[in-house]
Design a protein around this ligand. Structure first.
Ligand code: ARG
Length: 311
């Protein structure tokens, strides 16, 4: 069959946090169970394997040190939404801009001050959308550049005010999607952009209107079931050019998804990240892309705009 894919223009540069202090210390999602602790040596081995596979696929990886008091900081995707070489009114530095997350749960809020200092030290301008539990909540695992907008999941973590904050901070259109499934508490557990017209989508994460709105935004969706999303973490993959880095499953239950991707012309590398699944995250959660570009991947709109699905 003819293979044709137009690669995503972003997804080749990432920030990650080395898991020196990864534990399950509290329970803020249905995957976390205090009696199931990660093995430190295996954790490090799996993380090193992921970094090596990303570099082999052609991605650049920069590393932020993990704070000892922040066991979930390894899920770097949630530190903030980052754009490179921005244009627009509020963003001026040459390296880029990071809209730091304002986490829903206090247990994770300290992570962003460390990450903000790291970004500032590398010439990024930084901003915050809320403060110490007050104001908008934003967790960047809910946000993806897609089509004409930043598609942002809201409900369990990011809230409606967070959508507004992102739209105005970056001067972009935000398309909000209401997440209702407690197990898919971030958009990146239910949605994964693959190329310019394809994405993995799990409609059961959303209310009816939002599921329909997301499917309408993706010309060729790879639709996965609730069970596939929750047991395989397949939507928590990342894409570097035409390589999909996907969490491996013990029982091969992602075979249907892998086969579809290969039919489309992707190379799929499956990696064991089992230790990180104990905290409720996988490959996407561990990686934060820093090469999304305003004006290229996200059309600029002077004062931003939030579009919600019709109720
Ligand atoms: N334990 C983390 C939390 O609940 C997991 C984060 C997963 N990250 C993600 N981008 N989905 O916040």
């Amino acid at each position: 069959m003819e293979v044709f894919l137009v690669e995503l223009s972003w997804g080749r540069r990432y920030v990650m946090v080395r898991p020196d202090h990864f534990r399950v210390d509290y329970q803020i999602n249905p995957f976390m169970d205090l009696s199931q602790q990660p093995d430190p040596a295996l954790t490090r081995e799996q993380w090193d394997g992921l970094v090596a596979a990303m570099r082999a696929a052609g991605a650049g990886v920069e590393v932020i040190e993990q704070r000892g008091d922040a066991p979930d900081m390894v899920y770097a995707m949630n530190l903030g939404f980052v754009v490179e070489r921005p244009e627009g009114p509020l963003v001026s530095s040459s390296a880029g801009h990071a809209v730091m997350s304002h986490m829903r749960y206090a247990e994770r809020r300290m992570e962003t001050s460390t990450a903000a200092a790291w970004f500032a030290g590398r010439g990024f301008s930084v901003s915050y959308v809320g403060r110490e539990g007050i104001g908008a909540h934003l967790e960047a695992g809910d946000a993806f550049a897609w089509g004409d907008a930043l598609v942002v999941g809201y409900g369990p973590r990011t809230d409606e005010l967070g959508l507004k904050a992102l739209a105005t901070e970056l001067s972009v259109r935000v398309r909000g999607l209401r997440i209702t499934h407690p197990g898919m508490y971030h958009l990146d557990l239910a949605f994964c952009p693959l190329d310019d017209r394809r994405a993995i989508v799990c409609p059961s994460a959303f209310d009816e209107e939002s599921a329909a709105a997301l499917l309408a935004l993706v010309p060729e969706p790879l639709v996965i079931t609730e069970e596939e999303a929750l047991t395989t973490f397949a939507a928590n993959s990342i894409v570097v050019g035409s390589t999909v880095l996907m969490p491996a499953t013990a029982d091969g239950s992602n075979a249907r998804i892998v086969a579809r991707l290969e039919e489309w012309g992707f190379t799929v590398a499956q990696l064991d990240l089992s230790q990180f699944h104990l905290g409720g995250g996988s490959i996407r959660c561990l990686t934060n892309p820093i090469d999304v570009r305003l004006g290229r991947d996200l059309p600029l709109l002077p004062s931003g705009e939030v579009v919600l699905p019709r109720q």
